[in-house]
Design a binder for this molecule. Structure first.
Ligand code: IMP
Length: 194
């Protein structure tokens, strides 16, 4: 098995990735705690590549990183790559988003997740992206999930992300789509094709 460092300090993300990648002959591990990674890119894919490269170089192992956020059409794609920095807490971030959107009729939005795989020398071997279309509702609904989940309604599931079970969210979410999309490339690496 080849080691694959997941460029996150979040054990939940590691578990989610493990579920998708079982049977692929990669041994997943979290990045070392002391390794701080910068997110200075202007796009999700730039940030995913930056994180994967930095972690690969620092550890000398293969590394995989994701970067995600919410794009609201009527706000010209905001908060986008600034999703995590849009307020101090999830509650503040949601309040700010609802305030800025006001009574706007166009409530279309999408969660986007970019994922990148870096070789031990930091070069990028593969990239993929996943998207989930939804609508921003006027008031939070549901108690599951995190971040903007309570105001993100997914017509395909007829629920907000916060009203879904973890399994249902995974089957529809941007992160699930991105991880699934990079699996063929992870297989190619194992077969020495990338
Ligand atoms: P990161 O890519 O995990 O750092 O996520 C960036 C930010 O986007 C998070 O802090 C959340 O605010 C938001 N975000 C990303 N994915 C989700 C999701 O599945 N639900 C709710 N918020 C999310």
């Amino acid at each position: 098995m080849t080691l694959l460092v997941v460029a996150t300090g979040n054990p939940g993300k590691l578990r989610e990735m493990q579920e998708y990648l079982t049977g692929l002959d990669w041994e997943l591990t979290l990045k070392p705690d002391e390794l701080e990674i910068e997110e200075t890119g202007e796009t999700f894919s730039e940030n995913a590549c930056l994180k994967a490269s930095q972690v690969a170089i620092a550890t000398g192992e293969w590394a995989i990183a994701d970067d995600s956020g919410l794009e609201v059409d009527a706000l010209d794609g905001a908060p986008g790559v600034y999703s995590a920095r849009y307020g101090k807490t999830d509650k503040e971030r949601i309040e700010r988003l609802l305030f800025e959107l006001g009574n706007e009729l166009n409530r279309q939005a999408q969660f986007v997740c970019a994922i990148a795989l870096a070789r031990p020398d930091g070069s990028i071997a593969a990239q993929a992206e996943g998207k989930c279309q939804g609508e921003i509702i006027h008031a939070p609904r549901g108690s599951g999930g995190f971040g903007y989940d309570p105001i993100f309604y997914v017509p395909a599931g007829q629920k907000t992300f916060a009203e879904m079970t973890a399994q249902m969210k995974r089957s529809l979410s941007h992160r699930g789509m991105a991880i699934k999309a990079i699996i063929p490339q992870l297989k190619k690496v194992r077969n020495n094709e990338l």
